[in-house]
Write a protein that binds this ligand. Structure first.
Ligand SMILES: Nc1ncnc2c1ncn2[C@@H]1O[C@H](COP(=O)(O)OP(=O)(O)OP(=O)(O)O)[C@@H](O)[C@H]1O
Length: 303
């Protein structure tokens, strides 16, 4: 097991009377990219703000580099890059001035020109940040957070508002940094972002972790699907015995739909059944559960 960079046990956070985070456990190892998912208001930003040291936990323990973020922020901050949900750098500064200012605040050696190029903002270097488009500002925020490749990155919705090309570039940037050893904790509403980037993820629901693990772990929670058009003359009783279950309503509507935890065995049984009867299984599809499905079902999981 690699060195744990983030350790969270029983974290609770109350905004006044409202408990936004209700008992989270989390471990992120060195060099890992961990994604926090969840619907609006699930508690992602609040949890991140506690980890960043902006808020002290109401209950539970939080350690970042083995230190307490609320008490040891001065020791953690130089090793960390932070992208807030609404950062908004000084509106009167230009893009270049913003990067220079931030470079002067970090102890890490960093190249402003390289950061400008990475953010695709070379031609906007002398423009005031208040004049940038929403996506350009997000790219500048990200350039600031990643200046000098910090050991640890906290990114709150790093690609919200970015066009597909900028999102891809951001993914490449993060993948490269992770490959060189940076640890990343990010929140996102884009499930494909978590699918592409995350070593592990957690889906928060009502302030608690509903589902967590690697993508494979998480997808295995849900049954896979097999589907095809009911071949002419076939009734449900003709189908072979399967591990999975047949959806009778779909069958009545002309489609065989099977939910199964034994995808390979059930598919093999169906294919040999069809071959023995010389049946064509029109529009045959076999698929694992999607992250969208897991996400949807996580909304019903009581913490
Ligand atoms: N300062 C505050 N005072 C009171 N309640 C707050 C405060 N900040 C957040 N909350 C509440 O805490 C809950 C969690 O908010 P949080 O911003 O952590 O969610 P989130 O998962 O990041 O949501 P989103 O995806 O919309 O960014 C929400 O119900 C929100 O209304």
């Amino acid at each position: 097991m690699r060195e744990p960079i983030i350790e969270v046990r029983g974290l609770r956070y109350r905004h006044g009377a409202f408990e936004a985070v209700r008992g989270i456990d989390l471990d992120v190892a060195q060099g890992e990219l961990f994604a926090l998912l969840g619907t609006n208001g699930a508690g992602k930003t609040t949890a991140l703000e506690v980890l960043e040291g902006h808020r002290a936990p109401s209950e539970g323990t939080v350690r970042v580099f083995g230190l307490r973020p609320d008490a040891d922020r001065a020791r953690i901050r130089p090793r960390t890059g932070v992208l807030l949900q609404d950062s908004g750098p000084g509106a009167e500064l230009t893009v270049l001035e913003t990067l220079r200012l931030w470079r002067s605040l970090t102890s890490r050696p960093s190249e402003v020109d390289a950061a400008l190029a990475q953010a695709g903002l070379e031609r906007r270097a002398d423009v005031r940040t208040s004049k940038l488009s929403g996506g350009e500002r997000r790219r500048l925020d990200l350039a600031v957070a990643t200046l000098g490749e910090p050991e640890l990155l906290f990114l709150d919705e790093p690609t919200t508002g970015l066009d597909p090309e900028s999102r891809r570039r951001t993914w490449d940037l993060l993948r490269g940094m992770v490959a060189r050893g940076t640890t990343v904790l990010l929140t996102t509403h884009y499930l494909e972002e978590a699918e592409h980037l995350a070593h592990r993820l957690a889906i928060l629901h009502d302030g608690a972790v509903a589902v967590t693990g690697t993508l494979v772990d998480v997808l295995e929670r849900e049954a896979s699907r097999i589907a095809f058009v009911v071949p002419p003359g076939v009734v449900a009783a003709d189908l072979p015995v399967l591990v999975g279950t047949l959806d009778p309503a779909a069958f009545a509507a002309g489609r065989v739909e099977i939910r199964t935890r034994a995808l390979q065995d059930d598919l093999a049984a169906l294919l040999s059944w069809a071959a023995a009867r010389d049946l064509q299984l029109a529009r045959l599809r076999a698929s694992h559960a999607s992250l969208a499905e897991v996400f949807h079902n996580a909304q019903g999981v009581a913490a």
